[in-house]
Ligand binder design. Structure first.
Ligand code: ATP
Ligand code: MG
Length: 514
């Protein structure tokens, strides 16, 4: 008897339909035939399935059994077809009945005892089910809790083979009442719990705090340069506390990428939040941008809609940093493989920190720098011009005076919440202005959009022209200053870009156009 189970194959962050057909002959010797471009993990599936069936006191097939994963042209990866194959065998051998199995997409890895283990890409599969007009998905319980973010599709979470069979025996109305129907996104319910840092911990560094506020408001990339111990890493660690909450659509994209990568977003600390990724400088190019034979998202995609923090920027390999250029421009990384192209979104804000020279003290008031001018030049030269070109804001961070560090001015300092409320307001202004456009923030304005949304009056135009004429601003920096000025104006709720917005924006170009 032939049975068909519907499932999905993950490709990038999207799931595509897969059918698992199991055909069991009436006679013939026991023989398994697995067809349809399965990878090694899928081939091992039979052993796990047989063990799980035996552990749950089901009869194993004893005739020729053909298992076809179709379409044959699509690569099938991983052990997620264990559960559909097991169900297919049970249906074909008439050991169970499942009247509404066609209503669902089903996926899950089986342990030898029949427990169901989490899978990658649960969100993608729920979206696929909705698109196909299916009633729901049956997934491992922990994966189902991710998929619950997707509306208008029923999400069932199962822990073992017996639960699944029990669920499939029921009528739709019984199923909807069963405990397997997951209704609340437990993992994402609360917010801001677990945040231990606050901007008010930072003494002094008002200019750096102001620039961080501008960067997060307008989505601008930021480079902080300063001697050891001035608080660069400290400030970066606190950036998550001023990030505005994502919209539900942004959050689904974020969790979709984590789900496809098979890792948890937020580590259970800040469930409903934007990501903050801080990879070590020894990271490989593939680790950063993504790749592998079955392409996985890299750190830049895990930072989608959030922050990518590169501490000690000059220590990263130059080739690794260069690979950031194209994805930073397009907000998307494309990985080509012989069997096709995979795309992962990667719209992140880059926050980077570095010392000004190898010894770290060039320009410091308190320490003497031991580096030659050539060493300093080479050190800064590690960050290539094209990468620097993609960073709108670069500032130096001087050491905080000792008496400021010891004084007790904590109560006077602004909290993260106060800063975040201004950022949220500035973001709100941008989303109203860019309504209907595929554009989320000022930093992503194209040339033509910039001309439309960053109009200057005569006086402001003259100011910028003079700065270019006197060499204070390169033609390339012109656009960046304009976008940053737009953000500064938004933070002030100003309709138009005014002179003082431009003057402030021009101050955040420490490295000029090197
Ligand atoms: N502005 C500051 N306010 C309060 N504490 C500070 C400040 N700057 C530095 N510190 C203290 O010094 C420690 C070291 O700072 P941090 O690690 O941020 O320095 P850094 O600039 O990243 O240095 P490095 O270049 O060596 O990485 C912090 O953990 C904090 O305790
Ligand atoms: Mg540091």
């Amino acid at each position: 008897m032939l049975s068909t189970i519907h499932s999905g194959a993950l490709w990038g962050v999207t799931s595509y339909p897969i059918e698992i057909e199991v055909n069991m002959g009436e006679r013939g010797e026991l023989r398994f035939i697995l067809v349809g471009l399965p990878d090694a993990a899928v081939k091992e599936s039979l052993d796990r399935v047989c063990s799980a069936l035996q552990s749950n006191r089901f009869k194993l097939p004893h005739t020729r059994t053909t298992i076809n994963l179709s379409p044959g042209s699509m690569r099938k990866e991983g052990p997620i077809y264990d559960l559909p194959i097991a169900l297919g065998m049970l249906l074909s051998s008439k050991q169970i009945e499942a009247p509404c199995i066609d209503d669902f997409l089903i996926a899950g890895e089986l342990s030898l005892s029949g427990r169901i283990l989490p899978i990658r890409g649960a969100i993608a599969m729920a979206i696929q089910a909705r698109k196909m007009g299916k009633r729901g998905v049956i997934l491992p319980l922990s994966s189902a809790q991710e998929a619950i973010l997707i509306e208008n599709v029923e999400i069932y979470g199962v822990e073992n083979l017996t639960d699944t069979i029990h669920l499939l025996r029921q009528r739709p109305d019984e199923q909807r009442k069963s405990s397997a129907l997951v209704t609340s996104p437990e993992k994402y319910a609360s917010s801001s719990a677990g945040l231990v840092h606050d901007f008010s911990d930072i003494i002094g560094q008002d200019r750096a705090k102001r620039v961080a506020e501008i960067a997060i408001s307008g989505g601008h990339n930021l480079l902080m340069i300063g001697s050891p111990g001035v608080g660069k890493s400290m400030l970066a660690q606190r950036i998550p506390t001023i990030m505005p909450a994502p919209t539900i659509e942004e959050f689904i994209d974020i969790v979709g990428i984590y789900s496809a990568a098979g890792v948890m977003h937020g580590d259970g600390l800040q469930p409903f939040s934007r990501p903050f990724r801080a990879p070590h400088h020894t990271i490989s190019r593939v680790g950063l941008v993504g790749g592998g034979s079955n392409p996985h998202p890299g750190e830049i995609s895990l930072a989608h809609n959030g922050i990518l923090f590169l501490d000690e920027l000059a220590e990263f390999s130059r080739a690794t940093l260069e690979s950031l250029r194209q994805p930073m421009d397009s907000g998307m990384i494309t990985i080509s493989r012989s069997f096709g192209k995979v795309k992962f979104p990667c719209e992140f804000i880059l926050i980077a920190a570095m010392n000004p020279c190898p010894c770290g003290y060039y320009g410091s008031r308190n320490h003497r720098c031991r580096c030659s001018s050539r060493q300093i030049h080479e050190y800064l030269g590690k960050i290539s011009g094209p990468l620097l070109d993609r960073i709108d804001l670069h500032i130096d961070m001087p050491a905080v005076p000792a008496d400021a560090l010891t004084s007790n001015g904590g109560a006077m300092r602004e909290t993260s919440e106060q800063i975040r409320s201004r950022i949220e307001m500035a973001r709100q202004r941008q989303s109203v202005r860019y309504q209907g456009l595929p554009l989320s923030c000022n930093a992503r304005l194209s040339e033509s959009q910039m001309r439309r949304f960053c109009r200057l009056s005569e006086g402001e135009q003259t100011l910028l022209r003079q700065a270019v004429d006197h060499g204070a601003l390169s033609a390339r920096a012109y656009g960046k200053v304009l976008k940053v000025a737009r953000t500064i104006a938004d933070l002030e709720s100003a309709e138009n870009i005014e002179q003082h917005h431009l003057i402030e924006a021009m101050q955040y170009r420490l490295l000029g156009e090197m």
